[in-house]
Design a protein around this ligand. Structure first.
Ligand SMILES: NC(=O)c1ccc[n+]([C@@H]2O[C@H](COP(=O)([O-])OP(=O)(O)OC[C@H]3O[C@@H](n4cnc5c(N)ncnc54)[C@H](O)[C@@H]3O)[C@@H](O)[C@H]2O)c1
Length: 319
């Protein structure tokens, strides 16, 4: 992994997209359709966003695109899309000729503040999400405001959930408008993106402080699976943060007053009303096996819980 790229200064807001005619470009087909004029004269590879196409066949299409055009190790490849596109493209690029130069142009709020940052790449394999991957940070990450303007409210909301998580981790981060019907402010988005990058710079291997970024994720991933992915990622993380607070209270780590405070801080998120039912739908017997499956490091389950002393990581051996 090229750790020097894990630098908040490597993320920039741009006013224009400038691509030379001979640039290697990989883009989400929907983004291409919406912003065609930015890609004129480029010989680009279009991919479909989403989990179904984040697979080995997609990786091979990228390798083939680069091979057929004679891309060398010094080739600079520009990737436009949300997290599903950047994850698979960055993986393919990290392995092509043992790694080419990568520039990301995240096009969703979720990818601007989360997926494009920190170098985690991957694709789904053998029915498991992100089962194969690498750590390969992009050389540059460019945030282009216009991309946020075409983003459906549902997708903006998913990014807001991750921003809310960061704000709970660090109250110094700027406040933001918790509305999925408004285009997020690009400068505020940049600050959140740089916050994640800063954490990744301090803890590139996800062994200490970076694990706190998983707040809401263990319970959230369990709900995502149990809902058969009816729940989108950000919505699931939001509910996961609420469940983590309840669990922490049940374990005696968070007082009633502390729980009420977390509930208050979590209250503005525009979750569709029907999704609140997920909070009481599953017993801990149903959630526990999925929490154990979600463990990130070998035989240890690491839960990130809000406590009366702040948000903390709790690790336990599970075999
Ligand atoms: N690598 C990481 O650290 C990391 C972190 C979080 C999530 N992820 C991954 O990110 C993926 C989710 O990414 P995502 O939330 O960005 O969604 P996505 O890439 O699946 O895109 C969501 C939808 O928005 C559309 N879209 C993208 N940009 C648009 C634009 N500017 N205007 C209109 N529509 C647009 C896409 O075509 C798609 O339909 C998951 O696969 C997840 O595993 C990775």
């Amino acid at each position: 992994m090229n750790q020097e790229y894990l630098n908040p200064e490597n993320i920039e807001v741009i006013e224009e997209i400038e691509l030379s005619k001979d640039a290697y470009v990989i883009a989400d087909e929907r983004v291409f359709a919406l912003y065609k004029s930015h890609f004129e004269a480029c010989d680009l590879l279009l991919l479909r966003a989403g989990e179904t196409d984040k697979n080995l066949a997609g990786v091979e299409r990228i390798w083939q695109y680069l091979s057929e055009r004679g891309a060398g190790r010094d080739a600079s490849i520009h990737v436009f899309g949300g997290g599903s596109i950047s994850d698979i493209a960055a993986f393919a690029i990290s392995t092509f000729k043992r790694g080419c130069r990568l520039t990301l142009y995240p096009t969703t709020l979720m990818s601007m503040i989360d997926a494009s940052i920190g170098g985690k790449t991957g694709f789904n394999y053998s029915g498991l999400k992100n089962h194969i991957g690498s750590l390969y940070p992009a050389e540059k990450i460019f945030l282009y405001h216009d991309f946020l303007e075409s983003l459906p409210a549902d997708e903006i909301r998913q990014g807001l959930a991750e921003m809310l998580k960061c704000k709970l981790l660090d109250s110094e981060l700027p406040t933001f408008i918790m509305s999925a019907s408004e285009t997020p402010d690009i400068d505020c988005t940049l600050e959140y993106a740089r916050y994640k990058m800063h954490i990744c710079m301090i803890d590139p291997w996800d062994r200490a402080i970076r694990r706190l970024l998983n707040f809401g994720h263990s319970f959230g991933h369990a709900l995502e699976s149990l809902s058969n992915f009816e729940l989108k990622h950000g919505d699931a993380i939001y509910l996961g943060m609420k469940l983590a607070a309840r669990y922490s209270h049940d374990q005696g780590l968070l007082s009633k007053k502390g729980l009420d405070e977390y509930e208050m801080m979590l209250s503005g998120y525009p979750l569709p009303a029907k999704h609140f039912a997920y909070l009481d739908r599953y017993s801990s017997d149903e959630l526990l096996p999925l929490l154990l499956q979600d463990k990130k490091s070998g035989s240890r389950l690491c839960l990130i819980l809000p406590t009366d002393d702040g948000i903390r990581a709790f690790e336990s051996v599970v075999f």
